[in-house]
Design a protein around this ligand. Structure first.
Ligand code: ZN
Length: 1101
């Protein structure tokens, strides 16, 4: 076959892995192994571009959570304390013989009776602080709908989403702190919401100051900073300023000694928590109502973002009055954000010379960088850029923001953000101050990208309102100098955490509460998982994040539900069995969740005996739904975390499911069941979310378990999903290690409770679709009953109003949570990006990894709402459309080949990788649950891991050297170059490591050097390397040390534990290894070169 690449570029290295396959590919695939099967026929070739298709910016993926869903959610109106009537008396308390460790029935009955909380007509359960106080609504006997009934009669004392206005828009009197003094006319300032407080006006100062620099954003002001300050600063340091405390050492919780406490000093109104309470909107305006409509159709977004409807950028009143500088040392040194912030011309700064280079993809063979791809650096003045948010935390698909939606549409690239907001950080400034300075209009937290008009006023970089600098903020706790508000840590750090004062609480911070729910059916016991989990819990009990208030509890279930009383004074735990799964109630609720420290021995006792208690059980049924209902009821009063372990399809009670997988249809992209078969799990998740409860799901199953339905319980309650396919303690021992390692991380990682997150952006931009595990509670407030450091999020954006005259825009995420130490904290990240007016600049600043990540999220939604083939088409079209637009609108001279801007040179490769990834591949025999799980990962993983599982890293490891190695804690970590994913790159003389994120393959070539095999495997030759090897021995050789250091370094950097499969050339796992060779053709998918030809054909149409 002719090589088109050669036709266009003499001397270029031609592809050899096109239609002709590398001989290595033909190695016999011996067996299909336990979970890997040979690919079937490729039934869904890459389509030609249909005439009508969504452009990248126009995906209408119905499955995502956009704001229009708000109205669907009614608050959890169910009564939590069951009225002590009716069905309760009928509910038998059983004792089965399956619990030899448990006390005899008589003893149990006695204990239950003495508690009395569940018996008809006797004492109702004791209410804890935040429990519904009224149980006046009696449920009729046998009412099955009570759980989801919206009981309006009960007056919740706790925030509920059904009453968003109850707390939302009321400003406490303190909000007028900044109001003008009588007689002082307000500054002309039209950036106000109608009906809001008067604009901030300074108390008359003895002297006024000229602006230190041009104000940021509109209106563009003329020229560079004026001269040196001339007037004296007369305000003396105020001795009453409360000492702010800066703790920049670590992010350890609780190490910031509070110096606050004076609530009366708090000057912000916090019309609600995080600008809206747990449930209320920041932007109580008529326009916000409109926001809820039309979001799901293309670009039919509302024309006005909330809170800005009365604003316009070019208001003359925003011009700062002529003022003079103060004299003395307090002159402003804030880097200029104004007209001079941009480099003189795009592409001349921050971009490598090659950044502006054109790439002919058909000619350039080696486009994959040998080192991990770095995020592009925004083209900002270096003084600004050095303050910008770390791209690991906050990333935008386009680091040059298009000025108008029309321009964005032309670029055919998606605009959106990828966030990792609660990532573990080694350095995190923590501020304890009674005054958290926020914009009075849009509630933005003061940040490095605001502009100070003078010492007393700052202009919001999101809505351009001019705000006063509170007195306390005049003092810099770091330098201990008065009059340096622009040097405060809040203005010097794009990532910062605040200790939140009481305004940020709607109730006292909840204690850490952990409830474990275990499947103990026959099937579950067979897998042996309970030993591993109970042992891990025993090992890590003292490491659970928490304090003296930590509570813990356990539920087990098969066809019935078993509770465990851990009441103080008992000699051993008591099991209470509830067999009425139709109408679950909680016996002795006060003894089921107990203080961890005070009852540790009983808890340890239970964990030691639990694995043996059900070994003789023959019960095969699974009442997961009722067990979750019980867990929810138990957790509702406090909120907290439910960890549920499930090993099969739920079969009885509410939420029972039927198998929908048809193995012979696995290869087809049609008719696969990606949508939930019941809304039970979603509804229950929303109830959980309303009560600050998150559910984490551990699915350990060898059979189809309908993860599409089960996963909803975690997705909407902001939980995590773990999947251990075919878990078995004996048959699949490598999974045991994986579970152990991941449980350790899971149990000990940081956790935030009762959290909400809001993402704000500069006026003119609008966020419209959210991706991740959470529920959008009100307008744009993400409800996160739990937040963990391993979760990623993504949002899509549009340009609602032209960003005329703006040089930069900013994005800010604020995550309000309760730490496991019971502190209310706010973690804020702010990112600043330049605005551009040309297509070329947009392409120059494209972040190809972020684009790929966002497209993957959108494609999951598309798969669910439309079909897998639709999603695949959309992915391919994203490449075709953007490269077509580049060709027709940017390139002045049409060149042969397939031209791409340097920034997008990896775009086709990454999209091809997505098409071959488990979530989206066709022609595969991958199990449905496995596909769904991969989709869950796409939605919930931070970008870095998503990229690794999409496009693995391949290294040659038989010739590792210390050249360029990292040195970490006296360990030398080799850094071998990354190779292209093609068998062309493999030599039978070598050994290679493929890191695919959650799995690693080490492939040993047949002719691999004997010395290497000796030194690393401790065996004489290739033939003696054992099959099914998953561990490398620790040998006292340089080679062994290097490889082990490299692998463990790779593993340490991620929250999950990748299994290492060591495969020889004839290994049954080889197909899995080869399947990740993205650039090669497989029986069911195009090679990279074929894919490029396809793209070129479409682009040149
Ligand atoms: Zn603002």
């Amino acid at each position: 076959m002719a090589q088109p690449g050669r036709a266009h570029g003499a001397g270029q290295q031609a592809y050899s892995n096109g239609p002709v396959q590398n001989p290595l590919m033909h190695s016999s695939h011996v067996s299909d192994g336990q979970r890997y099967n040979s690919p079937g026929l490729y039934s869904h070739p890459i389509p030609t571009k249909p005439p009508l298709h969504p452009s990248p910016g126009q995906y209408n993926y119905g499955g995502s959570q956009n704001v229009s869903q708000l109205s669907n959610y009614q608050g959890p109106g169910q009564t939590l304390n069951r009225a002590p009537v009716g069905p309760i008396s009928a509910a038998p308390l059983q004792h089965t013989g399956s619990s030899p460790q448990m006390p005899p029935p008589s003893q149990k009955s006695a204990a239950i009776s003495s508690a009395g909380s569940f018996l008809p007509g006797t004492n109702p359960p004791a209410l804890s602080n935040w429990q519904y106080g009224q149980t006046t609504v009696s449920q009729p006997a046998g009412s099955q709908t009570s759980h989801f009934a919206h009981v309006t009669g009960a007056a919740p004392t706790q925030p509920s989403a059904s009453s968003p206005s109850s707390l939302g828009n009321t400003n406490p009197p303190t909000s007028y702190q900044y109001a003008a003094s009588p007689g002082v006319p307000p500054l002309p300032n039209s950036y106000m919401k109608p009906g809001s407080a008067p604009p901030p006006v300074n108390q008359p100062l003895p002297s006024t100051y000229p602006p230190a620099r041009p104000p940021l954003g509109p209106p563009p002001s003329g020229g560079p900073p004026l001269g040196r300050p001339t007037a004296a600063m007369t305000s003396p340091p105020n001795s009453s300023v409360s000492q702010a405390l800066l703790n920049s050492a670590t992010n350890q919780e609780g190490d910031a000694t509070s110096a606050t406490g004076d609530g009366s000093l708090v000057q912000n109104s916090y019309d609600a928590i995080e600008g809206g309470g747990f449930m209320a909107s920041t932007h109580p305006s008529p326009a916000s109502q409109n926001l809820k409509m039309g979001r799901s159709v293309g670009y039919s977004y509302p024309s006005l973002p909330p809170g800005y409807q009365n604003t316009s950028p070019g208001v003359p009143g925003m011009q700062p009055p002529p003022m003079q500088y103060p004299d003395g040392p307090q002159s402003f040194h804030q880097p200029a954000l104004g007209t001079n912030h941009l480099a003189a011309s795009m592409g001349s700064l921050s971009l490598q010379p090659e950044g502006v280079r054109l790439v002919n993809l058909l000619q350039e063979r080696n486009i994959l960088p040998t080192a991990p791809l770095q995020a592009p650096i925004p083209n900002l003045h270096e003084d600004i850029q050095k303050l910008n948010c770390n791209p690991e935390l906050f990333r935008c698909t386009l680091t040059n923001i298009p000025q108008t939606q029309a321009l964005l549409n032309k670029a055919k690239l998606p605009l959106g953000l990828l966030l990792h907001p609660f990532k573990d950080l080694s350095q995190l400034p923590v501020v304890t101050s009674s005054t958290i300075v926020r914009c009075r209009s849009c509630r933005t937290y003061i940040n490095p990208f605001v502009s100070f008009l003078d010492q007393r006023r700052w202009k919001c970089n999101l809505c351009y309102r001019v705000n006063d600098v509170p007195e306390e903020f005049m003092y810099n706790p770091v330098t201990r100098v008065y009059g340096e508000p622009h040097k405060r840590p809040e203005v010097q750090n794009a990532t910062i955490e605040f200790m939140a004062p009481s305004e940020y609480m709607l109730r006292p911070p909840q204690p850490p509460v952990y409830l474990f729910v275990f499947d103990v059916s026959h099937n579950a016991i067979e897998t042996g998982y309970l030993d591993t989990v109970c042992q891990s819990l025993l090992d890590n009990l003292d490491l659970l994040p928490g304090n003296t208030r930590t509570k813990i509890g356990f539920i087990t279930f098969d066809s019935t539900i078993h509770f465990y009383s851990l009441q103080e004074g008992l000699s051993q735990p008591q099991m209470l069995i509830v067999s009425d799964i139709e109408d679950v109630f909680i016996p002795m609720p006060e003894n089921l969740l107990v203080n961890l420290n005070e009852n540790k021995e009983l808890i340890q006792d239970l964990l030691r005996t639990l694995p043996q208690m059900f070994t003789k059980s023959l019960e095969t049924q699974s009442a997961l739904g009722p067990a979750l209902q019980a867990a929810f009821k138990l957790m509702s009063p406090t909120g907290g975390r439910i960890s549920v372990f499930q090993t099969q399809l739920p079969s009885v009670g509410v939420g029972a499911l039927k198998s929908r997988e048809e193995p012979n249809q696995r290869a087809s992209a049609k008719d696969i069941h990606l949508t939930p078969s019941t809304d039970f799990y979603k509804k229950l998740a929303l109830d959980c979310s309303g009560q600050q409860v998150a559910v984490d799901l551990f699915l350990l199953s060898g059979q189809y378990s309908d993860l599409a339905s089960l996963g909803c319980i975690s997705r909407y309650s902001a939980g995590s999903i773990y999947y251990y396919q075919s878990y078995h303690h004996k048959h699949n021992p490598v999974q045991v290690e994986k579970l152990q390692k991941e449980l350790k991380r899971y149990l000990t990682r940081k956790i935030g409770f009762e959290a909400v997150m809001r993402i704000r952006c500069t006026k003119g931009l609008s966020i419209h679709t959210f991706h991740g595990n959470f529920f959008v509670r009100s307008t744009d407030l993400l409800s996160l009953p739990n937040v963990n450091p391993d979760a990623g999020y993504a949002v899509q954006m549009s340009v609602e109003e032209s960003l005329t005259d703006m040089q930069v825009v900013s994005f800010q995420s604020a995550l309000l949570y309760t730490s496991s130490k019971g502190e209310r904290r706010i973690r804020v990240h702010t990112m600043c990006l330049p605005v551009v007016t040309t297509l070329n600049d947009i392409y120059l600043g494209a972040d190809v990894q972020a684009i790929t990540g966002l497209l993957a999220n959108m494609a999951v939604d598309r798969s669910v709402s439309a079909s897998l083939s639709d999603a695949r088409d959309a992915l391919v079209n994203a490449v075709i459309d953007s490269l077509s637009a580049y060709r027709s609108s940017v390139l002045s001279v049409q060149q042969p080949g397939l031209m791409a801007p340097f920034s997008l040179r990896l775009f086709p490769l990454y999209v091809l990788a997505l098409l071959k990834q488990k979530a989206f591949q066709t022609g595969t025999t991958a199990r449905l649950d496995e596909r769904i799980f991969t989709m869950c990962q796409v939605k919930n993983q931070p970008l870095i891991y998503l990229m690794l599982m999409t496009h693995p890293s391949l290294y040659r490891i038989d010739n590792l050297t210390d050249e360029g190695a990292l040195n970490i804690n006296d360990r030398t970590i080799p850094q071998p170059p990354i190779l292209q994913l093609s068998v062309e790159k493999l030599s039978r003389d070598g050994a290679y490591l493929m890191d695919a994120g959650s799995v690693m393959f080490m492939w040993i070539g047949k002719n691999c050097g004997q010395n290497f095999i000796n030194q690393v495997f401790g065996v004489p030759n290739y033939a003696s390397i054992p099959q099914n090897m998953t561990h490398l021995p620790e040998l006292d050789t340089a080679e062994s040390t290097r490889i082990l250091a490299f692998i463990s370094w790779l593993r340490e950097q991620r929250p999950f534990f990748p299994i290492l499969y060591i495969i020889r050339d004839e290994s049954p796992l080889k197909p899995s290894f080869l399947q990740n060779m993205i650039e090669d053709r497989t029986e069911s998918a195009l090679s990279y070169y074929e894919f490029l030809l396809h793209i070129q054909q479409q682009v040149n149409k």
